[in-house]
Write a protein that binds this ligand. Sequence first.
Ligand code: NAD
Ligand code: DAU
Length: 352
Amino acid sequence: MSFSKHILVTGGAGFIGSHLVRRLVKNYPNYLIVNLDKLTYAGNLENLNDVASAPNYRFERADICDTAALQRIFSEYQITDVIHLAAESHVDRSIEGPMEFVLTNVVGTVNLLEAAKNHWNDSANHVFHHVSTDEVYGSLGDTGLFEESTAYDPRSPYSASKASSDHFVRAYYHTYGLPIKMSNCSNNYGSHHFPEKLIPLMIHNIIENKPLPIYGKGDNIRDWLWVEDHASAIDAIFHNGRIGESYNVGGLNEWTNIELVRFLCRLLDQKLDRTPGSAETLITYVTDRAGHDKRYAIDASKLETELGWKPSITFEEGLERTVDWYLANQDWVEKVTSGAYQAYYEKMYIGR
Ligand code: NAD
Ligand code: DAU
């Protein structure tokens, strides 16, 4: 069978990557989707059970820091395009140990850029789409939105590593003419989200009647987007975005952490048929995150105007779907939080 594109998706076994891979495999049977993932604690192949045997899907367990593996995979599959999501993604882990973030997010990204540059020495139309974060812009005050032209001001080891990777991606465009595209998205939520991040952690702890750790006063603001809407934005940018351009992705959906956690408490009290107000008693204010960014908020008007993208569902609807998924998939949570992750989880989230 011949395919019109051979797309290498990195980090496809992770949270956002698995939603993107599923979308591409199902919607584009004429594309070969090669999922390259190291399967760290955050990667789980079960996330892709429903597409694992599709004729246009392949999986390669590899580390983007392994240049020989990248060389082999680019040659073996004749890779025509890259959508790069593989990363260390959790801010708290980056504070505990920045070096893994430098290796995967910075060195790994440059390895991929090199592999693409070396293999794409023909006249075909290739795309290297780098998936990044709004955290590269730093922290907002009470007003204003991050625009594509906002100066970079990363403040955590995670965001510094992502900002560095963004700079390298742009450098490969300007210096070598590599056909890059970039997207910088706000906080995602949805199914298959590793339960160390705020929303899945809170859902899990409410179900288990465990403390709900709120950093600082809970007044930090995040701008939340349903993960499948992020996948649809990547699809739109990959296909129709302009080469060399960055697109901000977000849904104008700002919540303080405490408002959001209270919303989840009310929703889960209903779903679990518990006394109204019982989950809120689990809320526990804990030491703030070091260097905690105050507010993120995205202006996605470039993406909306140029490519006609819009979020497809409201936050309330998306949260209900997410909560329903976690309630129906407690075995998934059990699997991903056992093993190597467990020690870290106990240290960071129990009795904090
Ligand atoms: P995730 O942690 O859930 O998944 C990351 C995946 O990358 C995992 O499957 C992991 O096994 C893989 N990986 C890690 N190191 C690797 C390596 N060295 N080689 C190969 N694979 C490796 O992350 P996520 O939340 O799905 O984020 C995906 C991407 O989107 C990241 O680049 C992140 O910076 C970006 N992003 C995330 C959000 C968000 O809210 N989660 C928002 C904007 C941008
Ligand atoms: O903005 C995009 C970014 O969103 C992505 O680039 C990151 O990969 C992703 O992890 C996410 O980063 P955040 O740091 O914003 O997400 P997190 O879920 O870790 O935290 C959300 C907010 O909730 C933040 O203000 C810290 C707070 N928090 C988090 C946890 C885990 C708590 O108050 N308690 C917690 O236990």
